[in-house]
Design a protein around this ligand. Structure first.
Ligand SMILES: Cc1cc2nc3c(=O)[nH]c(=O)nc-3n(C[C@H](O)[C@H](O)[C@H](O)COP(=O)(O)OP(=O)(O)OC[C@H]3O[C@@H](n4cnc5c(N)ncnc54)[C@H](O)[C@@H]3O)c2cc1C
Length: 270
């Protein structure tokens, strides 16, 4: 049985700059990394491999240089890597991204039974957390989001039990397989690659699936299949904070100052 892990290559956000004229991201010269959430998703998949004997396939949609990230996943212990890359896939929003990834997972499922489609909770560039649920919806899988622990997998009953971390509480959920799981960073600490695997990964095959291989309708993928358009990218301006009173000695006075300010701005009406 297969665990398919979706891994996105993202710019190292500590180094990303926005072009002041066009408002788009300057990607030239920016180092790329495996999306940190996906490193945790991959680690979780590899732990399932160690414990239950699953095979782990990694899949990524992106430009040709995404191969570097997939090789890193192979070095960590993934068994198979697939790169979805084609100009037709470019400019995809989350709808079109999840469409292409779901079709690729379906294609893998024709060769081997799929147990889990594993995703990170979100990416550090797009940041939407929509792709995992999008994949689940398209595949008809139950979606187990915000997971910080996979409690166990019952291979006979084909069920998985996970812990979801919600605001102020946990939720233990049992779901039939196959399922989509999206993983929180707190779930684990990703392993380091061992030297022999790192060497092996340099020559290991990375399957390239372009749209000739996938055969998807062009109006369902890439820019044409996207329901949204990015008009502008910019950093939100942050209003400067203001300290009222000294906050310690005369709290009534400070509270009055605050009430006056909020009333003046029309935020509250006394
Ligand atoms: C109109 C439009 C045009 C865009 N054009 C571009 C563009 O030209 N170039 C560009 O780089 N971005 C573009 N984007 C951004 C693009 O939508 C997102 O990068 C992409 O849809 C993934 O969304 P996300 O990063 O929010 O992922 P999230 O939903 O936050 O990711 C959740 C999880 O899904 C999986 N996942 C997400 N994306 C991938 C992937 N590509 N491969 C494998 N697994 C994945 C990972 O496991 C990840 O942790 C565009 C967006 C829009 C709306």
């Amino acid at each position: 049985m297969l665990v398919v892990t979706c891994v996105k290559q993202v710019p190292d956000t500590t180094q990303v700059k926005v072009d002041p004229v066009t408002g788009t991201l300057i990607r030239e010269g920016v180092p790329f990394i495996m999306n940190p959430f996906d490193a945790h998703a991959l680690e979780e998949s590899l732990r399932l491999k160690d414990k239950y004997g699953f095979r782990v396939a990694v899949i990524s949609m992106g430009p040709p240089n995404t191969e570097v990230t997939l090789r890193k996943a192979l070095a960590l212990g993934a068994d198979e890597a697939i790169l979805l890359s084609d100009r037709a896939f470019g400019g995809a929003d989350t709808l079109a991204t999840s469409a292409a990834l779901a079709e690729a997972i379906k294609k893998l499922g024709q060769q081997e039974e799929i147990a889990i489609a594993m995703c990170g909770k979100q990416t550090i560039d797009g940041d939407t957390a929509q792709v995992g649920p999008g994949i689940a919806t398209r595949l008809g899988y139950p979606q187990l989001t915000l997971v910080d622990l996979i409690v166990n997998v019952d291979l006979q009953a084909k069920k998985v039990k996970v812990r979801r971390r919600l605001e102020g509480r946990y939720e233990i959920v049992e779901s039939p397989l196959p399922a989509m799981i999206s993983i929180l960073r707190r779930a684990n600490r990703p392993r380091y690659p061992i030297v022999p695997k790192r060497l092996m990964s340099q020559d290991a095959p990375v399957a390239l699936w372009n749209n000739k291989v996938m055969g998807l309708r062009e109006d369902t993928i890439g820019l044409k299949g996207s329901a949204t358009q990015v008009r502008k990218i910019f950093s939100p301006e942050r209003a400067k904070g203001e300290i009222l009173g000294d906050g310690v000695n005369k709290p009534e006075e400070t509270a009055k100052l605050l009430l006056d300010k909020l009333t003046e701005k029309g935020i509250i009406c006394l």
